[in-house]
Every structure is written in C-alpha cells, then in structure tokens.
Design a protein around this ligand. Structure first.
Ligand code: 2Z3
Length: 329
C-alpha cells in the first residue's frame, strides 16, 4: 500500500507548506503543516478557546463516531521559533494521501501561542520525526508515519517541496521521476527525534566542494537553511549589497542582486540550491530589499536544512534503513 498527498506553499515566501488531512468519521478535513522536525500530530479543535480558534478549521471529536478519548493523556510542545501548544489526546482514523491509520493519536489543542492563533492558514501539525520525540505523557504516542510504516509497501516517505508550486509527500514509494539526479543515501540519526545527518562539504557559486562536514537535520517544518557563521559569511561575501539587518534579524540584500548558488555534498551526490531559491522574499511588500534564505544557525545549536534546501531536492526519509536519500531536482 502507498499514499500520495499534494502540498502547497502557504505564501509568496514559501514560509510553510500546507497539506490536507482527513480526520474522523465522517471525514473532517484540516490543512496541516507536515513537520519532520517534530513528532506530534496536533490540531485546533472544539476544545481550543473560541477566541484563539477564530479563522481556523477545527476538529470536533464529538462529531466523529470513531473518536475515542485517550483518558489521562496530555501533551505540551515548544518549537524552535518559541511558538507552543498543549492539550489532551484522542485517537481517531487519520487519512493522508489515501492511506488510513485507524487508531492515530490526535492531539487536541486546549492552548495555542499567538503565532499559531495568527497563522490561520494551518490548523496544526503532522509530526514526521522519530517517535522518541513525541510529547504525550504519561505514555508517548507514535507518529502517523510510524503507525503506517509496517503496512506501507516500503517503510519510507519522500518530500518534494517546490518554490511557488504544488509539491508532494509520497508514502511507501519513491517516484524517481521527480528527481533529475541519482539518489545519494547517508545514515540518519534519529536519537534526538530529528532526521539528523552529515553533509560532506559545501561550495558557493558552483566551485569545487570543500571537505568541511556539516552535521544538521532535514526539517520540512523550518523555512530557512540555517548554517554556521563561517559558511554564511563565505556565501554573502559574494553578495555586494549583503548586510546584517538587526530589525529583520538576518542578512538582507538588494533584490536586484544576482545571487550565487550554494551546494552541499551528501551521500556521494552534490545538491545545488540555485541563487533564486536563496532569495526568500522582499522584507516588506514592494520593498527592493530582500531577505536571505541562508541564515546563521549560531544561536540555535543545530544546523537546519529547512525548506530552502529541501526545495532543491527530492528527499527520501527511509525509516526502514535509518537513512536519508537526497537527489538533485
Ligand atoms: C529556530 C529554528 C527553528 C524555527 C522553525 N520555525 C520556522 O522556520 C518558522 C515556520 C513558520 C512559517 C510560517 C508561519 C509560522 C511559522 N519560520 C520562521 O521562523 N521564519 C522567520 C524567518 O523567515 C522565514 C520564516 C521551527 O520552530 N520549526 C519547528 C516547526 C514549526 C513550528 C511553528 C509552526 C510551523 C512549524 C520544527 O519542528 O521544525 C523544529 F524542528 F524546529 C522544532 O522546533 N522541533 C521541536
């Protein structure tokens, strides 16, 4: 068995990617953010304060004949961007891309932080990280993919995120036609709940890859490519107008600049992110100053290959073999 779901950028900056998910009987369809950087499936619900839920599609367990309360269970999660949510837990049928998991833990939000209240484009997250990262207590729950893996043709999923166009999350199979290059595989470290891996080197503007390894995570839930200062500086030294903007908390430059590409090595392959994928967006509507897709990871503590990097590749999240595959797109 397999599943295939389309995913769409939320806005002109590809800030996040939205995928429709069916929950319950009859189906309640919610727009959710698939996130390989976390391991909880949580939703805005009938239990979310009305003032917070305004403008959001919500899940009502009371309207689902297959919903069951997981009594005594609660959850609470804090994300890298300081957003947070918490609540209680139900189990229900969850269908993604035509594949159904009958008894999936659906974490219902009784509290959501301001960022989530304001982001009416999504009604929650589908965590696609490792089960060890799940935040339900007293008994941690499995992710949708972990529950699905044993029934899928292959225990893997792929992410094909695209700039300003529809992409896909495929479960149980690899559609190699989505990629131009060969898929290079490298071991994945799930010990922290993330899809951790080590890139073997990098280069700017098509130069030869150096051999400076970069350890980080493949994270569909993070917008940017976040790397160490030495790499960020090496890149922006090639961008005449680049400067750090305190108010934007990142490097900005003239939107008219012709940005160099950025490449990294992984699994014996080279993934090249084109210059235009590295220009995220004007800092404000109509501004001629643009915000960089590559920014510093120095105050985070880990390097993050987020959507800016993932848009250049077909990425295989292979749970069965504990490995990540990367192919140029
Ligand atoms: C500091 C490094 C991580 C920052 C990362 N967040 C981000 O990357 C958010 C995502 C977002 C987009 C649109 C609207 C709202 C949020 N974007 C963001 O901070 N920016 C600011 C810079 O310009 C680009 C957009 C994050 O916390 N990612 C979470 C998942 C997100 C949480 C907030 C809602 C969207 C999903 C994560 O799970 O991927 C994580 F791994 F970082 C994490 O915190 N795991 C526990």
């Amino acid at each position: 068995q397999t599943g295939s779901a389309n995913t769409n950028p939320s806005d002109s900056a590809d800030d996040e990617y939205i995928t429709s998910v069916s929950i319950g009987t009859p189906a309640q369809v919610l727009p959710l953010d698939f996130d390989t950087g976390s391991s909880d499936l949580w939703v805005f619900s009938s239990e979310t304060p009305k003032s917070s839920a305004s403008g959001h599609v919500t899940y009502s367990p009371s309207k689902s004949s297959t919903a069951k309360k997981l009594s005594g269970s609660t959850w609470s999660i804090k994300y890298g961007d300081k957003s947070s949510s918490s609540g209680d837990v139900y189990t229900d049928v969850v269908t993604i891309g035509g594949f159904s998991v009958k008894t999936q833990a659906v974490e219902s939000a009784t509290k959501v932080s301001t960022q989530f209240v304001q982001d009416t484009l999504i009604s929650g997250l589908v965590g696609l990280g490792f089960d060890i990262g799940n935040q339900v207590s007293p008994r941690p729950q499995k992710t949708w993919f972990s529950n699905a893996a044993s029934s899928l043709a292959e225990p893997l999923f792929t992410a094909d995120l695209r700039h300003q166009e529809t992409g896909s999350y495929n479960f149980g199979f690899i559609d190699t036609s989505l990629a131009k290059g060969t898929i290079g595989y490298t071991p994945a470290d799930g010990s922290e709940g993330y899809w951790g891996f080590t890139a073997t080197g990098y280069s700017v503007g098509g130069a030869k890859l150096n051999r400076n390894s970069i350890t980080g995570i493949a994270d569909t839930g993070t917008t940017l490519l976040l790397l160490p200062d030495n790499i960020v500086d090496a890149y922006y030294n090639n961008v005449e107008s680049a400067e750090y903007d305190d108010s934007q908390e990142g490097v900005v430059f003239d939107c008219s600049e012709d940005l160099p590409s950025f490449s990294f090595g992984v699994g014996g392959q080279t993934i090249t992110i084109s210059g235009d994928l590295l220009n995220l967006t004007p800092i404000e509507e109509g501004s001629s100053t643009c915000f960089g897709g590559l920014q510093s990871s120095s105050d985070i503590g880990t390097n993050i290959f987020g959507d800016v990097a993932l848009k250049a590749a077909l990425v295989v999240f292979d749970l069965g073999n504990e490995r990540l595959g990367w192919a140029q797109k």
